[in-house]
Ligand binder design. Structure first.
Ligand SMILES: NC(=O)c1ccc[n+]([C@@H]2O[C@H](COP(=O)([O-])OP(=O)(O)OC[C@H]3O[C@@H](n4cnc5c(N)ncnc54)[C@H](O)[C@@H]3O)[C@@H](O)[C@H]2O)c1
Length: 260
């Protein structure tokens, strides 16, 4: 086995595709997810697949990974799993937040804003702080978060998540700036619109978004989770050791293309 990676949000979408890709490449997978009901069945399919690909070097925890208690409880377990060896990757791929507008029928509340920004933004900082202080991140480790075009565009229902994305990008930049001297890099990967479970939660119009995106995207399709997984795998190579504090676009050119 090459080394261990930690994926926050590793059961579906981008996180699941990355777990599968890295499992195929010989990494051990530690992942968190938070799934109930139908989502849990889909999660179990991913877990079975990753378990087989890694020959059992696979640990999935179904819990809210963004609480202090989760970090307190699971970081010692992670240390035991890796035998104290540092992680190659900490990937934040959690999608959970309030998707509503700031004004109108259901204006976002302070509680919803705080929750969304914590789960989709700030929690990456606390994970990184805790893993670093336990020496689970060191030279060659990568911290990666996923961002979207909503970091600079206003969109229906996306306001709270948009704020979280901007927070996450600032956190990543600062982590890379402070930990670069230890050989630890931090970057964001910007995915184009990807038909995942999270997308269906943003708007009832998500199918229309997908159709419009296929037309707008120079490559005439939407982003696939596998595209993001491939980009993350590339970023683990030693050739990427000097890529730091950056946003890497993996969207077929979507964010550089007009809507007409
Ligand atoms: N889908 C898109 O169009 C798109 C585009 C750009 C960026 N992104 C970003 O990619 C990331 C992943 O989104 P996705 O589209 O793969 O969504 P998804 O819904 O398929 O996956 C979300 C994952 O987060 C997990 N999760 C949710 N709450 C959690 C919690 N509290 N603790 C632990 N795990 C939790 C789920 O179990 C699941 O594994 C998000 O940051 C999202 O904003 C998505």
């Amino acid at each position: 086995m090459k080394s261990w990676v930690l994926i926050l949000g590793g059961s579906t979408g981008h996180g699941a595709a990355t777990a599968i890709k890295l499992a195929k490449k010989g990494y051990g997978i530690i992942a968190f997810h938070f799934d109930r009901g139908e989502a849990k069945k889909i999660a179990n399919q991913t877990i079975d697949k990753v378990n087989k690909l890694t020959d059992g070097n696979c640990h999935y925890f179904n819990t809210n990974a963004t609480s202090d208690q989760a970090m307190e409880k699971y970081i010692p377990k992670i240390k035991t799993i890796t035998n104290g060896r540092p992680l190659k990757l900490l990937l934040h791929s959690i999608a959970f937040g309030t998707t509503t507008n700031f004004f109108g029928e259901k204006p976002v509340t302070q509680r919803q804003m705080d929750m969304t920004v914590h789960i989709m933004g700030n929690s990456l900082l606390y994970w990184t702080q805790n893993l670093f202080s336990e020496k689970l991140l060191s030279r060659g480790s990568r911290v990666i978060g996923l961002t979207s075009e909503g970091n600079y565009l206003a969109m229906e229902g996306y306001g709270p998540v948009s704020v979280a994305k901007v927070a996450m990008e600032a956190i990543i930049r600062q982590i890379g700036w402070e930990l670069g001297k230890y050989g630890i890099t931090a970057n964001a990967v910007q995915a184009g619109i990807t038909p995942t479970r999270a997308l269906t939660k943003i708007t009832d119009n998500w199918e229309k978004w997908v159709e419009n995106t296929k037309f707008r995207n120079p490559m005439r399709r939407t982003t696939k989770p596998e595209d993001i997984a491939g980009t993350i795998e590339m970023l683990l190579n030693s050739e990427a050791d000097f890529i730091n504090c950056s946003i890497i676009y993996c969207d077929g050119g979507e964010s550089r293309s007009g809507s007409f």
